[in-house]
Design a protein around this ligand. Structure first.
Ligand code: ADP
Ligand code: MG
Length: 233
């Protein structure tokens, strides 16, 4: 994948493979293109060159079926992105009902099952501003799972949370990955949590992949490649 913003080449030929049921964590210095990479995968940003294959099907060559592709890809964000004026339940059911993927009652049933799964069934009729950060992220995760995606993208999912809550959210994501076979592609600037929760690390620096391997193979030298000399401090 290549991505330019004007003259600025932000992704300089990223090549990565996500296997079923993996949890990949993209790490690297701020501004290196991690978010852009994730956003390209569900075409929140359109890649300048290259392609994305989901279950072997080219996204770039099937732009007319983008909606079908997006069904396979859920996303959660650092700032949760919930609608403040809608209840938790409505936040989760809105898109599938509006896009006519489910009837209102199917959506409610599925949403309640997922809220139960993330431990928030009792908050269905609450508004987001009455929830803690961790609870908001749980709602966002439930929302992302509504259409049974094969991949869940998570852009800094725990960066706004305290360390304990962040760890709980990553545990939840890992359980979902294991139980539902959803592949997770996340990025995080929390190196320790990334190494602990991922099955696979991709190290990005200035738009290039400089490491691709197991968390256990991330040595001091690898960290210097990814983060530069600052990593040695
Ligand atoms: P990271 O997530 O690793 O911090 P980003 O993908 O957010 O990196 O950003 C990579 C580079 O792309 C940065 O230089 C950023 O300023 C630039 N960038 C990101 N989004 C846009 C945009 N919509 N328009 C112009 N430049 C952008
Ligand atoms: Mg980012």
């Amino acid at each position: 994948l290549h991505k330019y913003f004007g003259e600025l080449e932000v992704l300089k030929g990223i090549n990565a493979r996500i296997t079923d049921g993996e949890c990949i964590c993209v790490i690297g210095p701020s501004g290196g293109g991690k978010s852009t990479f994730l956003r390209c995968i569900n075409l929140l940003e359109v890649p300048t060159k290259g392609d994305i294959l989901i279950d072997g099907v080219s996204v770039m060559h099937n732009l007319r079926q983008l909606d079908k592709m997006r069904q396979k890809v859920g996303m959660v964000f650092q700032q949760f992105n919930l609608f403040p004026h809608m209840t938790v339940l409505k936040n989760i059911t809105l898109a599938p009902v509006k896009l006519k993927k489910m009837t209102a009652s199917e959506a409610d049933d599925k949403a309640m099952e997922l809220l139960n799964r993330v431990g928030l069934a009792d908050k269905a009729n609450e508004y987001p501003n009455r929830l803690s950060g961790g609870q908001k992220q749980r709602v966002a995760i439930a929302r992302a799972l509504m259409r049974n995606p094969s991949i869940l993208l998570a852009d800094e999912p725990v960066a706004s949370l305290d360390p304990v809550t962040g760890r709980q959210i990553l545990c939840l994501l890992r359980d979902i990955q294991r139980q539902r076979g959803v592949s997770i592609l996340m990025n995080s600037h929390n190196l320790d949590l990334s190494l602990e929760f991922s099955t696979h690390i991709v190290g990005m620096n200035r738009g290039r992949v400089v490491f691709d391997g197991a968390p256990g193979d991330v040595t001091e030298a690898v960290l210097r490649d990814i983060y530069g000399e600052a990593a040695a401090v």
